[in-house]
Design a protein around this ligand. Structure first.
Ligand SMILES: *[C@@H]1O[C@H](CO)[C@@H](O)[C@H](O)[C@H]1NC(C)=O
Ligand SMILES: *[C@@H]1O[C@H](CO)[C@@H](O)[C@H](O)[C@H]1NC(C)=O
Ligand SMILES: *[C@@H]1O[C@H](CO)[C@@H](O)[C@H](O)[C@H]1NC(C)=O
Ligand SMILES: *[C@@H]1O[C@H](CO)[C@@H](O)[C@H](O)[C@H]1NC(C)=O
Ligand SMILES: *[C@@H]1O[C@H](CO)[C@@H](O)[C@H](O)[C@H]1NC(C)=O
Ligand SMILES: *[C@@H]1O[C@H](CO)[C@@H](O)[C@H](O)[C@H]1NC(C)=O
Ligand SMILES: *[C@@H]1O[C@H](CO)[C@@H](O)[C@H](O)[C@H]1NC(C)=O
Ligand SMILES: *[C@@H]1O[C@H](CO)[C@@H](O)[C@H](O)[C@H]1NC(C)=O
Length: 695
């Protein structure tokens, strides 16, 4: 009986290192694509430079980790020389360690959504930091807990492996500092699997490898690529005292099975040395974290490697922890000649150890046999990350502006590690979404990223106090939830696009743009934006010409009326305070309303046209029948008096062809309001139609 303890695992792992000892580097290949010919990714973390090398033993191409992780995340270190003598494969020589940040992540891209993959992290401490401090830290796949890495000894190679269905085309592997030492990693492997393999790894659960043993070889041979086309690592389970090795050179049929253990593994097996004994062994589970686990899952592989005489029978029961296995194992099992047969759990079971007994039936003339075993814990992969559109957008923004801070892993999940400057909504029925972005004082330069427009749920966007240049994208007006856009203290130019102006006017959006010296806020002297839509010119110019022809007489008529009214109302020049951003003050030559007048005009504020962070917009009708929109600032408004006045100032300066103009305002001790001309939806079309009738 053999019960591998961490010590034996360490021994086996060390054995592997010795076995693979003859490797050396041969550089020269460039790792432009992440995937190699097999669809594998093999990353040698901490390896210097931008390329990689072919490993002589496995023939696999190992790439550096540049391009898989932010360049400033962690640092490259070499393990201490005493652990490289006797030589061990290059992939173990270096590590990347992460003294800073709670979460550091590798991102693997170009994956196939829906495909099943094996992901493997490798860890050899090797006293790389000279501190002889063995760390413990957590690994996550995306936002789902994977396993805890607990380094038992400086020379122990620790593997973490998971089999999972990828639901999107990329995956992040994150090392989480749990304040028990500095996380580090030696290597990261990704191997695609056929989708039918390991049926218990599905969309909602992944399998985390606990043990994978090959029975038979007594010489310490470790099987992996190219002997296993999926590059699983099969350690030998050695107990030469109790068991005989059986082996064959003949091909074992493993086609079309659920696990496809490799030939080299299936061609060896064991049977008890004393033919009247059973096969018994125990695999410990207690050294693995079970609190995140749904339970354990096994797969055992059998094959009859000997051509038996007619009257011979090898038949046995498979017991697990003293019980007959829950599944098809309740009947006696006879392995088929040169054909792999597997027995595996159909659902996770919550045992704390795994004691296997293979017991010959009374009719059996031969002792039991077994070729290999795998044991996994099942973990849920149901934690939702931030919705993928937001992730792509904010990742592109991060890359464009080279944002560092803690922008690693998922932007919103877990909550405690959400990216600095972002806030998110957490709705149980859908993935988290980004609701505000504050990148003020981030030293941003260059244009405003078009990707901001893809943050569909964003309500507050603060890009103030940066060095942003270029014009303000009108597409920002497509953000339905946006109520505050702060662009102040940048170097933006051009003018405020019409879509945004409209939203400012209907009160749904508060835009701050003070202190952008080249920003043109006076519609009269602004050049039209370069590359502006020709369509707009074709439509607007004729419409304007017609409008002038038709409207001039009307305007003259109105002007006469207004002059008459002016005598009654009086035009008041008001000196508005400076907005504090150095913009000059301005005299508003507009009508000043009293609050009582607004009350009358809006019929006691009955019809609400819109609602924004500052308050509401109401519909009203002036004495002369002009429809107006009254934007009334509420007391609880986040928009300060300064901003309110600044907006009034800008709007009075704007005489935008598509936009209605400001008629007046109200300002007294308790109230502030702006009154605009109101154009109901479709009015412009009606005008044009009417004019056509006139012509
Ligand atoms: C590894 O392969 C390269 C070329 O393929 C060769 O130059 C080098 O000697 C080999 N190293 C070992 C240890 O076999
Ligand atoms: C690690 O060793 C390699 C070669 O032995 C060397 O090129 C590299 O600079 C070393 N890295 C560090 C971080 O010391
Ligand atoms: C073989 O096993 C049987 C049953 O356990 C035992 O009685 C017998 O002594 C063993 N034979 C040898 C040679 O060890
Ligand atoms: C995944 O397998 C488990 C059984 O182990 C099952 O409960 C779950 O419903 C499966 N998920 C999917 C999406 O099929
Ligand atoms: C053993 O053989 C007998 C007679 O052939 C048969 O009745 C019995 O079912 C067999 N037992 C098992 C476990 O196969
Ligand atoms: C953005 O963060 C700065 C501090 O960095 C803060 O002063 C400002 O109020 C924040 N903006 C918003 C909209 O919350
Ligand atoms: C803008 O850039 C200049 C020089 O590149 C720098 O001095 C200044 O601090 C930057 N301003 C902001 C707000 O980041
Ligand atoms: C606005 O700034 C950008 C980049 O700084 C420049 O290319 C563009 O010509 C400027 N546009 C105007 C109208 O000044």
């Amino acid at each position: 009986m053999e019960r591998p303890t961490p010590r034996t695992i360490a021994m086996v792992a060390r054995l592997l290192l010795l076995c693979l000892a003859a490797a050396a580097t041969s550089g020269g290949l460039h790792a432009h694509a992440q995937l190699d010919n097999n669809g594998f990714i093999s990353i040698d973390c901490g390896f210097p430079g931008q390329t990689g090398y072919v490993d002589n033993k496995t023939t696999l191409f190992y790439t550096t980790d540049a391009g898989f992780i932010d360049a400033d995340a962690g640092m490259n270190r070499n393990i201490s020389v005493e652990f490289i003598n006797p030589p061990i494969p290059t992939s173990w020589h270096s590590v990347r360690s992460f003294p800073g940040g709670t979460r550091n992540c590798y991102t693997l891209i170009s994956l196939v959504s829906g495909q099943k993959y094996l992901i493997r992290g490798k860890f050899l401490y090797g006293n790389y930091d000279g501190l002889n401090r063995l760390p413990i830290f957590d690994l996550y796949i995306g936002v789902n807990f994977w396993t805890t890495v607990n380094i038992p000894k400086a020379d122990t190679a620790v593997y973490a492996e998971a089999i999972m269905v990828m639901l999107v085309d990329s995956v992040q592997v994150c090392l989480m500092n749990t304040e028990s030492g500095t996380p580090f990693i030696s290597g990261l492997d990704l191997r695609p699997l056929k989708t039918k393999l390991y049926p218990l790894a599905n969309e909602t659960q992944a399998l985390v490898l606990l043990h994978r043993f090959n029975f038979g070889p007594t010489d310490g041979t470790v099987i992996r690529y190219p002997d296993d086309p999926y590059d699983r690592i099969w350690f030998p389970f050695v107990d030469a005292t109790d068991w005989n090795e059986i082996s064959t050179e003949m091909k074992v049929n493993t086609d079309d099975r659920l696990f496809e253990p490799p030939q080299a593994v299936m061609q060896t097996a064991i049977s008890p040395r004393n033919v009247s004994r059973n096969i018994e062994f125990t695999l410990g589970l207690d050294s693995f974290p079970s609190d995140h686990s749904l339970g354990y899952i096994y797969a055992m592989y059998f094959c009859e490697l000997q051509q038996l005489p007619r009257n011979a029978l090898r038949q046995f029961f498979i017991y697990i922890n003293g019980f007959l296995g829950k599944t098809a194992t309740t009947i006696a099992f006879t392995p088929a000649y040169l054909a792999e047969g597997s027995r595996y759990s159909l659902e996770p079971f919550p045992y704390s150890q795994y004691m296997v007994s293979l017991v010959a039936t009374a009719n059996s003339t031969l002792p039991p046999t077994i070729s290999a075993i795998e044991l996994f814990s099942a973990i849920p992969t149901t934690t939702l990350g931030t919705n993928s559109q937001d992730v792509s957008a904010i990742t592109a923004i991060k890359e464009m502006y080279q944002v560092h801070k803690n922008w690693m892993g998922d932007p919103c999940v877990p909550k405690a590690l959400g990216w600095d400057g972002l806030t998110c909504s957490y709705d149980v029925s859908k993935p988290p979404a980004i609701t505000s972005v504050n990148m003020s004082f981030n030293g941003l330069h260059g244009a405003i990223s078009p990707n901001f427009v893809n943050l569909k749920d964003v309500q507050y966007m603060d890009l103030s106090n940066n060095n942003l240049t270029g014009s303000i994208p009108d597409a920002l007006s497509r953000l339905q939830s946006l109520v505050l856009l702060d662009l102040s203290n940048n170097k933006l130019n051009g003018s405020i696009p019409s879509g945004l102006l409209k939203k400012i006017q209907d009160g749904s959006l508060d835009v701050r743009y003070g202190n952008n010296p080249s920003l043109c806020t006076n519609g009269n002297s602004c050049q039209p934006a370069k590359g502006g839509s020709k369509l707009a010119i074709y439509i607007v110019v004729p419409v304007l010409v017609i409008a002038v022809l038709v409207l001039v007489p009307i305007l003259i008529f109105l002007w006469h009326r207004k002059r008459k009214q002016a005598a009654d109302i009086g035009t008041i020049g008001v000196r508005l305070a400076s907005d504090g951003d150095g913009n000059s003050s301005l005299r508003l030559e507009n009508r000043r309303f009293t609050y009582m007048e607004l009350n009358t005009i809006t019929n006691t504020f009955q019809r609400v046209l819109g609602q924004g962070g500052f308050g509401s917009v109401f519909h009203g009708i002036l004495e002369n029948g002009t429809q107006v929109a009254v934007k009334l600032r509420s007391h609880s408004s986040k928009q300060g008096v300064k901003q309110f006045l600044a907006e009034a100032q800008v709007l009075t300066r704007i005489h935008h062809k598509n936009l209605v103009s400001m008629i007046g305002y109200c300002k007294d001790v308790d109230h502030m309001a702006l009154v605009y001309e109101y154009m109901p939806e479709g009015t412009l079309r009606e005008h044009i139609a009417g004019m056509q009738l006139l012509i």
